[in-house]
Design a binder for this molecule. Structure first.
Ligand code: GLU
Length: 514
């Protein structure tokens, strides 16, 4: 029965590197009908926090890596926070001391530091001199009784340790550099390499799948397993994720946490798919996988030994693909939060009543969808449907050089005035059609819209009267009603803007920009 775990230290937000490690554990567990466990390594009291734990657990949930055991739901091998497990370890320490596999070390931290510095100044590697390794039992008992503080050191008689790694094969480590390493500090706190081995054993972890930044810790853990008579689990050390400059991926490279990507409107499906392909690939060219497909296809043995480069542009491209494939309803539901968070909304250019006009709003959202790489991009593409730069304050009013050039064409004035007058005719017809509620004398006013075909008809008239055609006709109308030389398809844009809105934009352009 496969049992694997992700063991983050809750000292911040979940890093994509840890998310990828969790994913490989999760995929491996699910494809083997195994158990996926979350364990919080929270013994660093100064840096660990419950907020961080909560946010990490939320991120795992958001990524749909549901755990079978963990701090929230518990399980038969709990507790699942290291700080709640401290009592479990002392029994093993006592056992190691009784068997003479470990010994108390009374060397003070200052003394050890001095030795270390002396070696360093002579350019020699530091090794513990094993001063306390052979103290006689009476001396030890007496010094303990007198209350002298001591660390516990593990005896490491082996000269080397071989770690069998599923991804990297056998790796041999010389033990000299960490001989008789400390397993319990003088303040009673057991160290990571000791605790992690006990936890993995007690939780019956069968495969330790983690980042290869831990590879140098593994021989120490193997020594702990051996000393305690525990079976050594299988190890798989997965390569690091690097930034584009090939340095370890860190904040300096930009967004690195799952929360960053969630906030920016990356989809869980895209992030999972992208992370799965960092240092793993199927034997084919295929790039798109659902979680279920990954569970089928993923192979721990075929994870590469070399580090992967995190390419946010590739992730964006993948995310855009996922956005375009979403069910329209799902897309609408998920994107509304990003619409409401956009500046257009907070500045009041998009209002709740725009959103409530579901038919029009859905059409607009589907129109802009092809441009989106993240859901957060939506704000920038919605702009032409709700406001024109310059016409409303707060939005950059500078025309682009290309847009200016178009308005400088000799025909532009005729085109814009012609189009304006055609729109005014449509508007008047619309109003006399009963859009004013004359029965009750209220000022209810229903916006008039034109469809793509009407638009085409109007441009024909303008073309005839102004003599402009092609770019001089269509681009001029585009700049006249959007203030931009590029943007959404014109037939779609004009059919989603009310005639009144287009009239006021054209009025502005004619008065201020020609
Ligand atoms: N707490 C360690 C980390 O976050 C994980 C250790 C392990 O997986 O053994 O890097």
């Amino acid at each position: 029965m496969v049992r694997v775990r992700i063991a983050p230290s809750p000292t911040g937000s979940l890093h994509v590197g840890n998310a990828r490690t969790a994913l490989f554990n999760y995929l491996f567990a699910r494809q083997n009908q195994g158990t996926f466990i979350i364990r919080m390594e929270d013994t660093d009291a100064a840096r660990s926090s419950r907020e961080s734990e909560t946010s990490m657990l939320e991120d795992f949930q958001w990524m749909k890596m549901d755990s079978d055991e963990g701090p929230l739901q518990g399980g038969n091998f709990g507790p699942y926070r290291q700080t709640e497990r401290l009592g479990l370890y002392s029994k093993y320490t006592q056992m190691l001391l009784n068997n003479n596999k470990a010994y108390p070390c009374f060397c003070s931290a200052e003394h050890l530091q001095e030795q270390r510095e002396q070696k360093r100044s002579n350019n020699q590697p530091y090794r513990y001199d094993r001063a306390c390794a052979n103290l006689d039992a009476d001396t030890v008992a007496k010094r303990i009784k007198q209350g002298e503080p001591y660390a516990v050191r593990l005896r490491t008689p082996q000269e080397h340790v071989v770690v069998h790694d599923i991804i990297r094969g056998d790796i041999q480590f010389e033990t000299d550099s960490f001989r008789d390493f400390i397993i319990v500090r003088p303040d009673g706190m057991p160290v990571y390499n000791y605790v992690v081995a006990m936890d993995d054993h007690l939780m019956e972890i069968t495969h330790v799948i983690r980042g290869d930044d831990h590879i140098s810790n593994t021989p120490k853990q193997v020594l702990v397993y051996d000393a305690l008579g525990f079976t050594v689990p299988k190890f798989a050390h997965i390569p690091m994720i690097l930034g584009k400059d090939h340095a370890k991926l860190s904040k300096r490279h930009g967004d690195t946490t799952v929360a960053n990507f969630k906030e920016k409107g990356f989809l869980q499906e895209a992030l999972i798919n992208y992370l799965a392909l960092l240092s793993w690939s199927p034997k084919t060219e295929r790039e798109f996988f659902t979680m279920d497909e990954l569970i089928q296809e993923f192979q721990l043995e075929s994870v590469s030994k070399s580090a992967a480069v995190f390419d946010v542009d590739k992730l964006k491209w993948m995310n855009g693909n996922y956005i375009r494939q979403m069910e329209p309803n799902e897309y609408y539901k998920r994107i509304l939060d990003f619409v409401r968070a956009s500046e257009l909304f907070t500045n009041g250019h998009i209002t709740e009543s725009d959103i409530a006009n579901e038919e029009r709003f859905t059409k607009i959202l589907l129109t802009v969808r092809d441009n989106l790489e993240t859901l957060m991009d939506v704000g920038q593409y919605l702009q032409p449907f709700f406001t024109m730069p310059g016409l409303t304050k707060g939005i950059n009013a500078e025309l682009s050089p290309e847009a200016k050039e178009i308005l400088e064409l000799p025909t532009s004035k005729d085109v814009l005035e012609g189009f304006l007058s055609e729109l005014k005719k449509v508007e008047n017809e619309g109003n006399s059609d009963g859009n004013h509620d004359t029965d009750t004398y209220t000022d209810t006013y229903i916006d008039t819209y034109i469809d793509a075909q009407t638009y085409k008809g109007l441009t024909k008239i303008v073309q005839k009267n102004s003599g402009a055609k092609g770019k001089a006709l269509f681009m001029t109308i585009r700049v006249g009603i959007s203030g931009e030389h590029k943007g959404p398809d014109m037939a779609e844009l004009v059919s989603l803007l009310s005639v009144a809105e287009m009239i006021s934009r054209l009025d502005y352009t004619i008065a201020n920009r020609l």
